[in-house]
Each structure stands twice: as C-alpha cells, then as structure tokens.
Design a protein around this ligand. Structure first.
Ligand SMILES: Cc1cc2nc3c(=O)[nH]c(=O)nc-3n(C[C@H](O)[C@H](O)[C@H](O)COP(=O)(O)O)c2cc1C
Length: 171
C-alpha cells in the first residue's frame, strides 16, 4: 500500500478474524516500531509480543476498554521506564507515540488491523508479561485481520476540520 493510502486507511480495528498473522509480518511490524525516532535516540521502549489465546484473554483484563485484545491475533505491549527511571533526554510519551504510529501504519500496509488500549491494572500486566520493576506497561496495540471491513482509505474521517486545525504562519 502507498504511504498516503495507509495513513488514510488506518483506523482502530477492534474485531478480528481467526486468521493468524505470519511471523514475518509480525516481525516487520515490530521492526517498524524499532526504527521509530525518539528524543536523543533514547529508544525508551521494549515490545512484548503476546500470541497465546489464554494470555491474550488475561491481558484484555488490564483495562475496561481493552476487551478487543482478547480476540486479537497478537498484541504488542509497549513497555517503558517508570517515571523517574527514564534515560536522560527521554520524552517517553512522545517517543511511544512515534513507535505506535510506525507500528500501526506498517500493520495497515500489510492489511492488518490495529487497536490501541491503555493499561490500568499494572500488577496484572506485570504478572503476565514479566517486565522488571523499573518498567511499566504503557499501552497495548492489538493486531488482527479486520472482521468488520477491509482497510481502505477513509474519505471523511471523524476529525476536526482542516481549516480549524491548521494555522498558516500565525494562529
Ligand atoms: C493514547 C491513546 C489511548 C487509547 N486508548 C484506547 C483504549 O484504551 N481503548 C480503545 O478501544 N481505544 C483506545 N484508543 C483509540 C482512540 O479512541 C482512537 O484512536 C480515536 O477514537 C480515533 O479513532 P481511529 O483511531 O479509528 O481513527 C486510544 C488512542 C490513543 C492515541
């Protein structure tokens, strides 16, 4: 898919078919995340990839709006330093957003749907994912082939109007 098409086709997909994602496509999606830019190249992220159905069901319990994780083909947990343990120069939330965008756009490029989820229950996430004490699970990105409709460029996305958002030269 062209980059411009992928940007317009990406949307939160929360219903997935049973089709597994080939390992090489999962690796390409993760590689896209690994290549994301970060403040001073600190790369303050680790990716834990969950594909076992029982684990996905357990992971879906970390936040009331993470139910879609249970039916995903795979979910990437974005793990980051706890506040206070960041590497010098890190801008962790901004950097995680960059990695997320790379991951989601590459998934879209491959026809794979993706859906964000926040994480509330850190203890449950840590028990399942096994990350160390100086890390927390910042977000989940669920992946799977869309069960609702294929990914196609969206003509009219639910966004504020261009002329309201964009200020040329000065507000
Ligand atoms: C930081 C962040 C956290 C989000 N958390 C959730 C979540 O916990 N559950 C969920 O279903 N969607 C979550 N979303 C998805 C947003 O609701 C979604 O991106 C927004 O409504 C725009 O829709 P679209 O992605 O389909 O264009 C999150 C998005 C972001 C950027």
């Amino acid at each position: 898919m062209e980059t411009w098409d992928a940007i317009r086709a990406r949307r939160n997909v929360r219903q997935y078919t049973d089709q597994p994602i080939p390992r090489e496509h999962l690796e390409r999606i993760l590689e896209a995340g690994r290549r994301a830019p970060s403040s001073m190249n600190t790369q303050p992220w680790d990716f834990v990839v969950v594909t076992e159905r029982d684990d996905l069901r357990e992971l879906a319990k970390v936040w009331e709006h993470a139910q879609h994780v249970a039916a995903s083909a795979a979910t990437i947990a974005l793990v980051a330093p706890v506040p206070g343990a960041e590497p010098p120069g890190a801008r962790v939330d901004y950097d995680l957003g960059q990695a997320t965008a790379h991951i989601m756009l590459e998934a879209t490029d491959l026809g794979i749907g993706s859906g964000h989820a926040a994480v509330e229950d850190q203890e449950r996430a840590k028990r399942l994912l096994g990350f160390p004490d100086d890390r927390y699970c910042a977000y989940l990105i669920a992946l799977g082939y869309p069960a609702d409709r294929p990914l196609r460029p969206i003509a009219n996305p639910t966004r504020r109007p261009f002329d309201e958002v964009v200020h040329w030269g000065r507000w």
